[in-house]
Ligand binder design. Structure first.
Ligand code: ANZ
Ligand code: ZN
Length: 822
């Protein structure tokens, strides 16, 4: 008997499939388009990570399954090749990012081609190629022309490690998501995208898309819708008013002071009224450069300074209250000012204790109570109003509207989501296609003199420069490249300068899935994507990828898709214009209980396993570890068990081939039930992405077949077909070995019959023309049709029926069957 030799088998099939462009899908002709997307990798110098193989395998099994269900599955792959990652690595190695990226992409592609996936390489994209980033720049221009991109000066997060500003989403716990440096605040002029215009739609649509719940929740919290009210406090003896945003207008009677953010404009405007200005000014200066995280921390000491000489009027109580500045109030949220209710807000409570400010209970948990004592901490729970005049006795919800109305406030919804900061002071990205013209600036009310690069002049090529290192100033290294910077104004022809920042890598990946399906005209540079094709192929049917992108890529991609749709350049609108109908987050792959990392030295190299155990075994092992969405713990010894399983499947098929592949004489009803049960289990598990239990079911099935004295080719065929999504090479080889001349990958996914799964089996005597000829086993609750179908295939019945015609079936349920023939 031939030995299972995965290396030889896999190489042979891989070459054949590649030569035939086997997984290519005709985008125009496909009748049942199914877009199976996975997150394209950033091509690191270390090569394909086993974590990539893990995620892609899980996604590919889904794709292969859908293909066998009769869909035209499009499974593209590409490279997220621009960005700080590549650039930082190039700096470390003293290489140029362009040379390095090219090498890495080639290496990655070779590795990915070995994965046994359905990748259609004719649709590859590489975000660092001019033919791609031309359209990233085009996209920027579309947003700019439609008022969704703007330049403004703002306090932004600066990463001293990466020497660039970062988007809000890239700061995690006050640190840079890439290099872990503590970010600092800088006042800089930057480009932003107005993602906040889409806050409500991004939130609302979460209800209609079929995504992993955990990811939806992260997005929901990130968008952070907050329903409240804006209420004004007059400043005594002035015309000024302080507008505050509050989610608890019901507590207005307990607002015993007001706090402004130190950067609030009013503070400067009230300068002449403030008696302790030097103290106030010193506090403002001390706040500068503090990160928001630092300022918002609950445990933090509550510092602040009272604005002496400034008093506000509580519009509900009409009493005077002091006005403070404190850094726990942020300029950028709400109105940058709050009414402080120490009895019911913990931060206000601590601040009040620290600075001896009055605490007044206005929500009482056990109403009606004689007295409602102040507790040791803020009371944030349910209750009814007290010490609130005519509102006493109301519930919190009733009082919210009633008090807002009473003081002339307005209901207001705020979102925590901020606009997307997209400029980066780095080299390795698409130059932002903007020109600044001093002459045009004179006519421009904003004085900015911004002139967008005309679309016909795209791409603005990223020049190949020797010194691409980040400068650490607020300018990109491109600012030092004279030939790049100096240009002429497309509007007036005068001397002008180019924008030298590049755009965020996340902009590259916010639209790559729109580019993938495009064909000739897009590829030849005429359009970014073709409307007929995107209409047909989008939204993506299934998107699988890591949870770490929950608020970065996954939010940006939704926003960009909606924006392009509204601008009128994208015309699919199913699913509320959402790009991804279904998203599932794969779990994290770890090694021996630990996170894999280079510093730990425990990174599994997929090439090693492909070369020793084979791709199919590696694929199956990865999927066998745990439910795909939970992640898995790789242990080297574990691979061997799967390798043994692959060998057993191999031997079974080999054994059958040696006997010539004939059907055994008697259909074993028990075995048939196991076969149906296996189909059901594998199908349902695949649907749920629970590949681990699907593989267990296949293992049990192999055991069951092996125990039979004689196997039928039907049993084996089912095994091979079910195995195909998991172990595509092995399955194909076995299919050929069992006398098929088509491909296992073109078989339909097998179906199962619920009736066959019923446990109880009875024996039925079978008579032919009233004479007892044998017995058959059937499920107790089987239908008459099923009995007929089962019985005519039983050997002894076939023999008696040969050459005869069935006249009549007499079936006495549960008792006997009599077949009348002539
Ligand atoms: C009075 C009050 C009483 C509040 C109470 C809360 C509880 P979310 O849910 O995150 O929107 N706030 C408003 N603007 C702020 C700013 N710029 N910096 C810091 N804090 C700010 O939070 C809204 C609440 O956070 C607001 O409601 C306000 O405090 C505070 F028992 O107003 B509240
Ligand atoms: Zn000009």
């Amino acid at each position: 008997m031939k030995e299972y030799n995965p290396i030889e088998i896999e190489k042979r099939w891989r070459e054949k499939w590649e030569g035939e462009n086997r997984w290519h899908v005709d985008m125009n002709k496909a009748e049942r388009p199914y877009y199976n997307l996975m997150m394209f990798p950033y091509p690191s110098a270390e090569g394909l990570h086993i974590g990539n193989v893990y995620a892609f395998t899980g996604a590919d099994i889904h794709g292969r399954y859908q293909r066998m269900r009769g869909n035209d599955v499009f499974e593209p792959m590409g490279f997220d090749a621009f960005g700080i990652h590549s650039e930082n690595f190039a700096i470390k190695k003293g290489l140029h990012p362009r040379d390095l990226t090219e090498k890495n992409v080639n290496n990655f592609r070779d590795q990915l081609k070995k994965m046994g996936a359905l990748f259609d390489w004719t649709h590859e994209v590489d975000t660092s190629k001019p033919e791609y980033y031309k359209w990233t720049q085009w996209l920027f221009l579309q947003l700019y022309k439609n008022g969704l991109a703007y330049k403004s000066k703002a306090a932004v997060d600066w990463c001293p490690g990466c020497k660039t500003v970062l988007a809000d989403e890239q700061v995690i716990g006050g640190k840079c998501e890439r290099c872990d440096s503590v970010v600092v605040q800088r006042e800089l002029e930057q480009w932003f995208f107005k993602i906040t215009d889409y806050a409500e739609r991004l939130l609302k649509n979460l209800e209609i898309i079929d995504w992993s719940e955990s990811v939806k929740l992260i997005q929901k919290n990130w968008i952070g819708r907050s329903d409240g009210a804006e209420i004004e406090f007059r400043i005594q003896n002035t015309e000024y008013r302080i507008k505050v945003f509050t989610t608890r207008p019901d507590t207005l009677f307990g607002a015993t002071y007001v706090v402004l953010a130190p950067e609030h404009d009013l503070v400067q405007e009230l300068k002449n009224n403030i008696e302790n200005w030097s103290e106030v000014d010193a506090y403002i200066k001390a706040t500068q450069g503090k990160s928001e995280l630092e300022r918002m921390e609950v445990q933090k000491e509550k510092t602040g300074v009272e604005l002496k000489g400034v008093r506000a009027i509580n519009p509900a109580t009409k009493e005077e209250v002091p006005v403070w500045i404190a850094d726990y109030v942020l300029k950028t949220y709400g109105t940058g000012a709050i009414m402080a209710v120490p009895a019911h807000d913990q931060r206000d409570f601590e601040f009040a204790k620290e600075h001896n400010l009055p605490v007044v209970m206005v929500i009482c948990p056990n109403y009606p109570a004689e007295i409602c004592p102040v507790l040791d901490e803020a009371y944030e729970g349910e209750g009814k109003l007290v010490a609130s005049g005519k509102f006493n006795g109301m519930t919190i919800e009733e009082a919210k509207s009633a008090i807002t109305e009473y003081v002339g406030g307005v209901k207001k919804i705020n979102y925590h989501l901020r606009d997307w900061l997209i400029s980066r002071q780095r080299y390795w990205g698409p130059p932002i296609p903007i020109i600044y013209c001093p002459k045009c600036a004179l006519q421009d009310p904003s004085g900015q003199g911004i002139v967008p690069v005309p679309e016909k002049d795209l791409p603005v090529l990223l020049p190949y420069v020797e010194n691409f290192h980040p400068t650490g100033t607020d300018e990109s290294p491109l600012a030092t490249v004279e030939e790049f910077v100096n240009t002429t104004c497309p509007k007036c022809g005068g001397a002008a300068k180019r924008e030298t920042d590049v755009s965020d890598t996340f902009l590259d990946s916010a639209w790559y899935f729109l580019r993938y399906p495009s064909t000739r005209s897009a590829r030849s540079g005429q359009v970014p994507f073709e409307s007929e094709i995107t209409k047909k192929w989008l939204p993506v049917n299934m998107y699988i990828g890591g949870k770490e992108h929950s608020v970065l890529h996954l939010l940006y991609a939704r926003f960009i898709t909606m924006a392009l749709h509204d601008i009128g350049v994208l015309d699919f609108s199913a699913q509320g214009g959402e790009p991804f109908t279904k998203f599932r987050a794969n779990g994290l792959l770890i090694k021996d209980g630990n996170k894999m990392s280079k510093s730990r030295g425990n990174v599994v190299n997929p090439d090693e396993y492909f070369a020793s155990y084979g791709v199919d075994v590696t694929r199956m092992y990865l999927m066998f570890l745990a439910p795909f969405q939970d992640g898995g713990d790789w242990r080297d010894e574990g691979v061997r068990g799967i390798s043994r399983f692959a060998k057993r499947a191999w031997q079974l098929a080999e054994g059958l081939t040696l006997r010539g592949g004939s059907d055994p004489p008697a259909a074993d009803i028990d075995m048939e039930r196991i076969r149906h049960k296996t189909i059901k289990r594998v199908t349902q598990d695949i649907e749920k992405l629970q590949y681990n239990t699907a593989i267990s079911a296949l293992m049990e099935y192999v055991n069951a077949i092996s125990n039979l004295k004689i196997q039928s080719s039907k049993q084996l065929e089912t095994l091979i077909v079910l195995l195909a999504p998991f172990a595509p090479h092995l399955a194909e080889e076995l299919w050929q070995a069992t006398n098929h001349d088509d491909s296992v990958h073109d078989q339909s996914w097998p179906t199962y019959d619920e009736a066959m799964l019923k446990k109880e089996i009875i024996t039925l005597p079978v008579q032919i023309n009233g004479k007892m000829r044998g017995i058959v086993e059937v499920a107790a609750d089987v239908t008459e049709d099923d009995i007929k179908n089962t019985i005519i295939h039983v050997d002894f019945v076939e023999k008696w029926l040969a050459g005869k015609e069935v006249k009549k079936w007499i079936i006495v349920p549960g008792r006997l069957v009599n077949i009348i023939v002539i």
